[in-house]
Design a protein around this ligand. Sequence first.
Ligand code: GLN
Length: 530
Amino acid sequence: MSGVGKGTAAASIGQILQAHGLEVTSIKIDPYINVDAGTMNPTEHGEVFVLDDGMECDQDMGNYERFLNRDLTRANYMTTGSIYQSVINKERNLEYGGHCVEVVPHIPLEVISRIRNAGRKSKADIVITEIGGTVGEYQNILFLEAIRILKLKEPDSVLIVLVSFLPALGDDSELKTKPTQYAAKSLNSAGLHPDIILARAQVPLDRKRKEKIAFNCSVPEENVISAPNVKTIYDIPMNFRKENIDKIIFKTLKLKPNKERNHEWAKLVRRIKNAEKKVKIGIVGKYFTTGKFMLADSYISVIEAIKHATYSLNAIPEIEWLNAEEFEQNKRHLKKLGDFDGIIIPGGFGARGIEGKIAAIKYCRVNKIPLFGLCYGMQLSAVEFARDVAGLKGANTTEVNSNTKYPVIDILPEQKKKMEEKDYGGSMRLGSYPAHLKAGTIARAAYGKELIHERHRHRYEVNPEFIHRLEKKGLVFSGIGKDRRLMEILELPRNIHPFFLGTQFHPEFKSRPLAPHPLFVEFIKAAISD
Ligand code: GLN
């Protein structure tokens, strides 16, 4: 089921195999009809992750990139919608040579061809394919069918892992194996048999439970892997290794890999476990609530990027959610911001909570609290600066007020046309673009180079007509697009503020545990020393 940790499990298995010198790539299959994740509300499906090539996909893709330390492409992601779309396009192009095109076998065959293609493209020895959803439901049945056909064609090169959850009613009560038994049976009825069962539970599995699962699901006992909750997800590969998952995989797939070299990762986990110093970071956002639940998933890459940077400085972050709308309702609540070492204003869309975010930015600017604005956070920092420092009263982004006298943030010219044509699915500037960094700035010092490439997902930009007025009042545009005058980074000089910086791009998408993002590191450094 969702949220049980399939993505992290898949990514962790990849990490271990990679440490043995194998080339690994990952594919995520999402069973929904949406062609990509771009049109989904983050409270419903979590963060929309963006790849270099502009693909908008599921947050699990971020996990893969972080664990594998590899850039993935659109070849690594598919949804039911995208599969049907390609099959229909091929049919229209007469690529099926006059045959009747049917759900089976044409849909599963398209899935298989994409799995092979992703493997070929990255010259992978191993392709880890994660099938989203729950075994036994209608939605993913054609993907299971694809795996059945693939296994039939190449029995020795397909290995199936079932990730299952073992519930317990109380803290000390017995872990229940029945749902796992039923899940294995459902998988059997799809013509598949699990080679490995990953047993997710609050606590480690005891011998008895392993025996029970092995006996009832027809797998060797050593192939039942205990996957308890952990303090840091980066410890999961280590835990799986202790259960010898690598040896089981090599034996089943008849592989003879190199000796494992996982020192860097082990060092990272040790550093996380030994860190004592705490850094308190607040995230002012709005995509946290679905009913009664807080959905940290909406900002998962931001959270991970904070962690990577903080760990690299031998500290651990304490992250707290701050609801932007609360600051709108009661300005006195802004004082809360003073309790934090640093504040992040993440990306977002629309008018809700905007004035709260702007008030938070002002509070951080005036009170010299380190502030990092990501995409919308950067745009709103420009609006705040325009209103309060440059004296442009009522300045705004046209996303919120199209009649503002001072449209400091305005729609990108190339996106305007698409919006007018209601082409919302393609109306954003997406993916990796280069930018040049100005000498003598915080950004340039952090990156240590002049040319950078970062990932984008936005429709609006700093309006070029206002650049001069903002610069005159002390705002520095330290990163500028390569192709045209697009403001990619803004900052205040160090002698004015310890860290006031915003990026039009999303640095969080490129942060990795073994390669923390330089701007996040710089932000956390400022937060620690503040
Ligand atoms: N809403 C803003 C835009 O479309 C910012 C988008 C974002 O934060 N990802 O430009």
